[in-house]
Design a protein around this ligand. Structure first.
Ligand SMILES: C=C(O[C@@H]1C=C(C(=O)O)C=C[C@H]1O)C(=O)O
Length: 163
């Protein structure tokens, strides 16, 4: 991985904040694509340590600068841990902004891959990019798997190397 990409992929602070800064005068927006109760993929269930087939809270968003998606993210949380968190009311507010306000937040190790985003939305079938990463955030009893896919559009706009 190039140094330029490493600085994005290996960062452990808020991606929302980093993107907002890197976008300069472009407007940052979280576009909500899907938020519902559903079945996590098998590797997502394993990453969270929940039984296969157990339903979970799923959220898919595009992190956009001037309406161009730079990153797409899919987050998964076990339903049994959601009580009292009001995550379903987030809407188009950044999950990251909320998470990083939690004083007891712990972030698990980052896993990096070059998988493409596995989202249902037709408009994102083309969502290809050089790198993806995921990690589990813990806050109180809540475990939240956040998977982020950096897109080619971001590389182009920021003149980053291809990998
Ligand atoms: C974890 C963060 O939150 C970002 C915002 C998300 C959202 O609103 O759903 C999802 C994943 C992240 O890309 C972050 O900012 O670092």
């Amino acid at each position: 991985m190039s140094h330029a990409w490493w600085q994005w992929v290996a960062s452990t602070d808020s991606l929302t904040t980093r993107l907002t800064r890197a976008g300069k005068e472009r407007a940052f927006r979280v576009k909500l694509l899907r938020q519902e109760v559903g079945r996590p993929l098998p590797d997502e269930a394993r990453a969270l340590g929940i039984p296969l087939g157990r339903h979970a809270w799923l959220r898919e968003v595009a992190l956009c600068l001037d309406e161009t998606p730079w990153v797409v993210a899919r987050s998964v949380a076990p339903l049994s841990q959601l009580r009292g968190q009001r995550l379903e009311r987030l809407g188009e507010r950044s999950l990251g902004s909320w998470l990083f306000q939690q004083p007891d937040l712990v972030r698990g190790p980052l896993e990096v891959s070059n998988h493409s985003a596995r989202f249902a939305q037709a408009e994102l079938v083309q969502a290809k990019g050089p790198w993806a990463r995921r990690s589990v955030f813990r806050h109180g009893a809540l475990s939240l798997l956040v998977q982020e896919y950096f897109l080619t559009e971001m590389a182009d706009e920021l003149a980053l190397p291809s990998r």
